[in-house]
Ligand binder design. Structure first.
Ligand code: C2E
Ligand code: CA
Ligand code: CA
Length: 636
């Protein structure tokens, strides 16, 4: 906070100057005025008294002009009376008076000698006249030591007042200012909701910890902590409950942590924990496990019992990064691995994660260009009816022809497109392209995969409707494939969209059945037309009794609900008997065809695909453009 500190210093300096000036003025001015007025008062009083006495002496002189100098007793009396008056006033004799004749010889004297009066005195002289002729002089001398003493007292009092003034002008406001500056700095560096440090403060603590670790050869741990599906808490219970939960969780995560550890809230539901002077990587694992456990305990907020999970990514200095930035990024990479792998656990960073992350970033970066330059192509995988042996539909599967990396499969880039928001424009292009192609084939249905993210766009139904009318594809020839992931969140909203889409007359398939929740509720609630059994079960149909049982159960359940059953990943002849016997309606898989370019589909429309024992031999359906299964890039 350099600006606040600078501003604070300037204010402090200015206040000090004002306070010192005011206090000095008060301390010096009051005794100075006191002394000045006291002195002036004494001097004028002494002058008046000396005048009065000299008048009296002139009277004595005029009564005895020749020998007045011998009237010492009268003169002495006069001087004594004056002296006593001052003694009474000052508390002790502080004055001396002389009467001198014309030659300056002492006629009478009363009072202390000069030495006792001290150095500070005031003197008044008046001449004594006889018929206008000066015959002598009266000298009155008074000590001002009493005035000096009083002035010193006044000085001491005003010094006290000056110090008080300084305190009120300097100490009190600066203390208040310092406190305000401290609060401002705290608010600027700490999160209002949880009171935890913000990212900036965490970063500077992390840098300090790294400097120390470099000197001591120690370790520093960085943990990126993300609360799983916290948005659901905010959406479901309201933000005040979400806030209360965040506060409670922040407290829990800090409990038992050493004072040196820094836990910061770096975004809505993301925290970062820095462990300076970490003992070992194993210790970091212990901390991560403890955090997972502490967050997992239910939280009661606003009368609701909430269960919140966490995902944690861990990076440790120096192995996983040389700088704070690098460590935070790599802990984030480890965190994203946890998130994509199902959440609810922790992972330590390793270099392959970084490579994969870089690949993802490359994908994300190049995908923008790919969309503009239309580097995507659609391939279509035939779906064969097991009763007629005819092509009844195709599944549209997107591919990316990367100018440098060659073919990239959708498994590599669909999830990146979903995360980066590019699935919107990409999905729209896929749908338009698939409908355009399908409009060229007579009566062949096209199944288009719709990502869950596309269902969050309110305009999905409008887009589908526009594309159908632009491409003139009859809606009954379009089928949308969704996975259960679409249905789980915002079920009612998705249902509304689905029902609207169904009014257009398009079909709806549940994809990858058996891999998710396989919830009967969703099957019953959503108006599906087709159930696609996931290829992982088809693969094991002959070798794994459980796979076979699952397929059998799915088929019989689907049939009871009036759904058409599709089995995916149909690769070998052996699988055909089983699938036919179980009552599967249609299949798609490499046995019949890999996904092929649009131009190869018309040739397949009238083909009789082998379905019976007599007919059972591999069809000569080598794709004109063979699929390139080898995909560049990294899979996690
Ligand atoms: P999916 O929807 O389950 O698509 C079927 C996948 O299985 C395709 O992989 C297909 O090539 C592959 N496949 C088909 N028959 C066989 C077989 O006999 N053996 C084996 N081993 N595999 C077979 P592909 O094209 O790599 O697509 C992978 C996934 O990417 C798709 O799984 C789908 O989830 C997603 N995807 C593909 N195209 C699109 C698209 O246009 N939009 C969206 N949102 N997702 C897409
Ligand atoms: Ca699919
Ligand atoms: Ca599938």
């Amino acid at each position: 906070m350099p600006n606040i500190t600078h501003f604070h210093q300037r204010i402090a300096k200015g206040t000090t100057v004002v306070a010192v000036t005011a206090a000095t003025l008060l301390t010096l001015a009051v005794p100075a005025f006191f002394f000045f007025f006291g002195y002036t008062n004494l001097a004028s009083g002494l002058r008046a008294e000396s005048y009065f006495l000299s008048q009296n002496l002139s009277t004595i002189v005029s009564q005895n002009p020749k020998l007045w100098t011998f009237e010492t007793s009268r003169i002495n009396d006069m001087l004594r009376v004056w002296d006593q008056k001052h003694a009474a006033h000052d508390g002790h004799r502080m004055a001396v008076s002389w009467v001198l004749d014309a030659d300056g010889a002492i006629v009478a004297m009363h009072g202390e000698d000069d030495q006792e009066l001290g150095l500070s005195t005031i003197v008044a002289r008046h001449s004594i006249f006889d018929s206008g002729r000066k015959v002598g002089t009266l000298v009155l001398r008074r000590s001002v030591s009493q005035l000096v003493n009083n002035t010193v007292l006044v000085f001491l009092v005003s010094l006290g007042c000056g110090l008080g003034l300084f305190y009120f002008l300097r100490v009190v406001p600066i203390r208040a200012l310092t406190e305000t500056a401290r609060q401002v700095t705290f608010l600027a560096t700490h999160d209002d909701l949880t009171g935890l440090p913000r990212r900036h403060l965490l970063e500077s603590r992390l840098s300090e910890a790294i400097v120390t670790a470099r000197q001591t050869g120690g370790l520093v741990g960085v943990m990126m902590i993300d609360l799983d599906k916290f948005k659901d808490i905010n959406d479901g219970y309201g933000h005040h409950i979400g806030d209360a939960a965040l506060r409670a969780l922040a407290e829990r995560m800090m409990a038992g942590r050493s004072r040196k550890d820094v836990l910061a809230r770096i975004s809505g539901d993301e925290f970062c924990l820095v462990l300076p002077a970490l003992e070992s990587r194993t210790y970091a694992i212990g901390v991560a496990e403890a955090l997972l456990e502490s967050v997992a305990r239910p939280i009661v907020a606003g009368g609701h019992k909430l269960h919140i999970g966490t995902s944690i990514g861990v990076a440790v200095f120096p192995q996983d990064g040389a700088t704070g930035d690098e460590l935070m990024v790599n802990a984030g990479v480890a965190l994203s691995k946890v998130k994509s792998g199902g959440r609810g656990t922790y992972r330590l960073f390793d270099q392959t994660m970084r490579e994969h992350e870089e690949f993802r970033r490359m994908i994300e970066r190049d995908m923008h260009i790919a969309l503009e330059n239309v580097q995507f192509v659609m391939h279509y995988q035939p779906q064969i009816d097991l009763t007629s042996g005819k092509l009844v539909g195709v599944e549209a599967l997107v591919r990316w022809r990367h100018p440098e990396r060659g073919f990239i499969g959708p498994a590599e880039f669909i999830s990146v497109a979903e995360e980066s928001g590019l699935i919107g424009p990409l999905g729209e292009w896929i749908l338009a392209r698939s409908c355009q192609d399908a409009a060229q084939w007579s009566g062949i249905k096209v199944s288009v995969n719709i990502s869950p993210v596309q269902f969050r766009e309110p305009a999905l139904a409008a887009k589908v409707s526009r594309i159908l009318s632009e491409t003139t594809l009859p809606p009954r020839l379009l089928d949308l494939e969704v996975t259960e992931g679409v249905l789980i969140s915002d079920t009612e909203k998705v249902l509304d969209i689905v029902l609207l889409l169904k009014t257009f007359g398009i079909g709806l398939s549940l994809d990858d059945f058996g891999t998710g929740f396989s919830s009967l509720r969703y099957l019953q609630k959503f108006p599906f037309d087709k159930l696609k059994i996931d290829s992982s079960f088809v693969r094991g149909i002959n070798s794994d009794m459980k796979d076979a049982a699952i397929i059998r159960a799915a088929i019989s359940m689907g049939r009871t609900m009036g759904l058409r059953i599709n089995a995916e990943g149909f690769e070998t002849e052996d699988q055909m008997d089983q699938l036919s016997a179980m009552g599967c309606d249609e299949v798609q898989g490499y046995f019949y065809s890999r996904p092929v370019p649009a131009k190869d589909i018309p040739a397949l429309i009238d083909t009789d695909f082998p379905i019976s024992n007599a007919d059972r031999k591999r069809p000569k359906l080598v794709p004109v453009v063979p699929e390139v299964p080898a995909v560049s890039g990294h899979r996690s």
